[in-house]
Design a protein around this ligand. Structure first.
Ligand SMILES: Cc1cc2nc3c(=O)[nH]c(=O)nc-3n(C[C@H](O)[C@H](O)[C@H](O)COP(=O)(O)OP(=O)(O)OC[C@H]3O[C@@H](n4cnc5c(N)ncnc54)[C@H](O)[C@@H]3O)c2cc1C
Length: 370
């Protein structure tokens, strides 16, 4: 079986690893010139670490991550509203961890021993017959594959070529991401909420935190040159732990700034072309489920391909096993956005009384393996 994976991000690498034990010729093409050497952080929930265990890289990644035991919500004055014990909640799956993105990427890439990886290459056309897909690459080379998997992220070229759709939609928020020194008072996942503004710390090791901030804003903002000034201005009425972290940033370049978008692609399989990860279903990061869903896609697809089923059965079963789960997560991200944007008085009362129950209700359905 010949499989082309377009994109060497979390989804693409996970799929290559999941295909390790199969008699398959796997090619990965990655548009970037090399694996990333810098980036921000990631919060991996128990679903993601369970999937990493299934891929055989769980122990190493968990050892290199910072174990998160609780998620704490504060109001924008720094008053604790509620805590959810995520260690207990995810016990049947795996721990929740924070870690630098590049660390995860390095571990995954180091386990891809079964694929030919080509950097600086993309796909320019896809032509399908019943039995194969003919691919033209940048540079004009050509290849034929039994399956082509689009793991090329939110702006997927494979999605555009095979499905003819853009499918991205703005979620009404702009997001900032950066790495900062870990404040002494931050011991776990800690989010500070105000109306339309959120600031989150996720420890990624003993000295550093991954910080994520967002602002509700009707239209995407393209003024990336003043993103740090905007961040400082927006969070100046937040507690000192947030203000000092933001004030210590030195330049716009230290901060990633982008619209929060989702991909609304109704079908993720067409013929012998399959979309996985963000290419199929990018969504708001407020459930921290992007990596988990990408890994699960990879595991399920590899399992179906291993059974050498007819293509139509692969398509059907992949759809049945993935779509309801993904749509559940998406619905929770929308619910969380609505909740966050309630009148702060009502929201804070609801959070104080219900947060651990809301947390469990968001994720309970996902505890069973995909
Ligand atoms: C602000 C923000 C914060 C987030 N925080 C978290 C979090 O804490 N935890 C979590 O689980 N998830 C988080 N996510 C989601 C998570 O980042 C994604 O779900 C995950 O990275 C998806 O992996 P992927 O491999 O599908 O896509 P990507 O990581 O985007 O990888 C796609 C790869 O394809 C390559 N590529 C693109 N186009 C082409 C092409 N035409 N040809 C060849 N290669 C191509 C790219 O260079 C890249 O290497 C966050 C997302 C955002 C926006």
């Amino acid at each position: 079986m010949r499989i082309l994976i377009v994109g060497g991000g979390l989804a693409g690498l996970a799929l290559a690893i999941a295909l390790r034990r199969q008699q398959a010729e796997v090619d990965i093409i990655e548009r970037a010139p090399s694996w990333p050497t810098q980036g921000t952080g990631l919060y991996l929930i128990g679903l993601a670490t369970r999937a990493l265990q299934a891929l055989g890289v769980g122990d190493a990644v968990i050892r290199n991550g910072f174990t998160i035991r609780k998620q704490s919500l504060f109001n924008h004055r720094g008053r604790l509203l509620a805590e959810a014990n995520v260690e207990t909640f995810w016990r049947s799956c795996g721990p929740c961890i924070g870690l630098p993105r590049v660390v995860l990427h390095e571990w995954l890439a180091s386990k891809v021993t079964n694929a030919r990886v080509r950097f600086g290459v993309t796909v320019t056309s896809l032509t399908q017959s019943d039995s194969e897909v003919t691919v033209r690459f940048s540079g004009n080379a050509q290849g034929s594959y039994d399956w082509v998997v689009g793991a090329d992220g939110i702006r997927s070229t494979v999605r555009r070529l095979a499905f003819g759709s853009d499918a991205t939609a703005y979620r009404g928020q702009m997001g900032w991401r950066f790495i900062a020194p870990l404040p002494a008072s931050v011991t776990g996942w800690s989010a500070y909420l105000s109306r339309g503004r959120t600031f989150l710390f996720v420890p990624i090791d003993r000295d550093r935190a991954y910080c994520y901030a967002d602002e509700v804003i009707a239209q995407p903002d393209s003024a990336t040159h003043s993103r740090l000034d905007r961040l400082r201005e927006l969070f100046e009425d937040f507690p000192p732990v947030v203000r000092q972290t933001v004030d210590a940033l030195k330049s716009d370049e230290a901060v990633h700034y982008s619209p929060i978008e989702e991909v609304l692609q109704p079908d993720s399989v067409r013929g012998r072309v399959v979309l996985i990860g963000d290419a199929a279903h990018a969504m708001s990061p407020n459930m921290a489920s992007g990596a988990a869903m990408a890994f699960e896609d990879a595991l399920v697809l590899a399992e179906l391909l291993a059974r050498r089923l007819p293509a139509v059965d692969v398509v059907h079963q992949f759809f049945q096993r993935r779509v309801p789960r993904i749509e559940w997560v998406r619905a929770q991200t929308h619910r969380r956005d609505r909740m966050r944007n309630l009148n702060p008085l009502i929201r804070d009362i609801a959070m104080r009384m219900l947060w651990p129950r809301i947390y469990a209700a968001n994720y309970q359905r996902l505890l069973d393996a995909p």
